[in-house]
Design a protein around this ligand. Sequence first.
Ligand code: PAF
Length: 330
Amino acid sequence: MQIDVVGGGSLGLLYGAKLADAGADVTIWTRSMEQAVQLAEQGIRLIEVDGISERVIRVKSEWMEHASLREWNKDQNSKSAGYNWLLLTVKQTDLNDHLLKKLALLTNGPENEAAAMMCLQNGVGHLERIQEALPNLPLHAAVTTEGAKRLDSRTVAHTGKGQLWLGEWGGNGRKGDETLAISQKMLVSMLQSAGFASSLSNDLENRIFHKLLINAVINPLTAIYDVENGQLPAHPAREKLMRELYMETEHVLVKAGMAMPEDGWQLIIDVCRQTSRNISSMLSDIRAGRVTEIDAINGGVTRLAAKHGLQAPLNLAITELVQALHPKAE
Ligand code: PAF
C-alpha cells in the first residue's frame, strides 16, 4: 500500500516509521529539505514505548517543495488498484494556502484520481478549509490518543499507546464507492499490523468534540501556568479555572451537537493523571517560541459558540491570553 505521510513532526515520524516497518510503501513529505535528506540517508530512529528499545526504520522521503515534480505511476494510481492514502500530520498552524496547493499536487496529479486523505489535526476548522481547497478529495477525519515526542529531526519516541478512530468526513466522499470502502478497511488493517489500535468510526464527530473538550481545557491552562499536565488539577485555584473552562466549553459543544460524555469532568482529570509528566503540545510550542494551536482549539470553541447564538467569554479570554504569549502568525 502506498502511503504519503505529510509532516515530519512527532506523529508523522511515528506513523511513518511503524507503517513502513509493517510493509507499507511510505514516503514522508517534509517542510525542510535538510530533514528530507536526513531521513532518506539515515532513516527514522524510533524509540519504543518501553523507552529503552530502539531501531532504525528506512523510509522514502521528499521535500514538500518537490511535490510538483512528482511523477505519477499510471498503474499504481489507477482506481482499480484502490486509493492511495495521504496522512496529513502537520499542525493546524502549518496548514496555510501554500501547503494546500502542494497537497492539491500530491493528491491531484494528472493520473491520480484515486487519492484519499486522513487528517490528524487537533481542534476544529481544518476539515472545512481542506474540503474547500480540495473539493474532489475523499476526506477522512481521525482522532488519535497516541503519544509521541520528536526528539530531533529523525528521532521519535513513542511515549504512550493510544487509539485511532477514522471516518469519512463531509461531502467530499463518494457514497456507494466500493473501492473507497475497501481502501478504508485496508488502511485500518495496515495501521493495525503496524501496532496501532485503529478502527473505523461512525461516531467520529463526537470523538472530535470530546478531544476538543480535553484539548480546550488542558492545553491552554498548562501553557498559561507553565506546568506539566498532572500539576494542573493539583492546585485549588488552577482546578477552579479548569472546571469553569470545562463547563463553558462543554455547554458550547453540546449545543453544537456533541453527545454529553458520561462524566466529562472525570475524563479530563483522568487524562491529566494518565499524562501527568507530559508537557502539553501547547506548552511545548510556547517554550519553543512557536505559534500555538490556540486559534483552532479555544478560538474554534468561541466560533462554534457564536454560530449557535452563545457566548464563550472564558474561551475568548484564554485565546487572547495564549496569543499574547506566542509570536504572531505570519
Ligand atoms: O495536545 C496534547 O498535548 C494532548 O492531546 C493532551 C493529552 C491533551 C495534553 O498533553
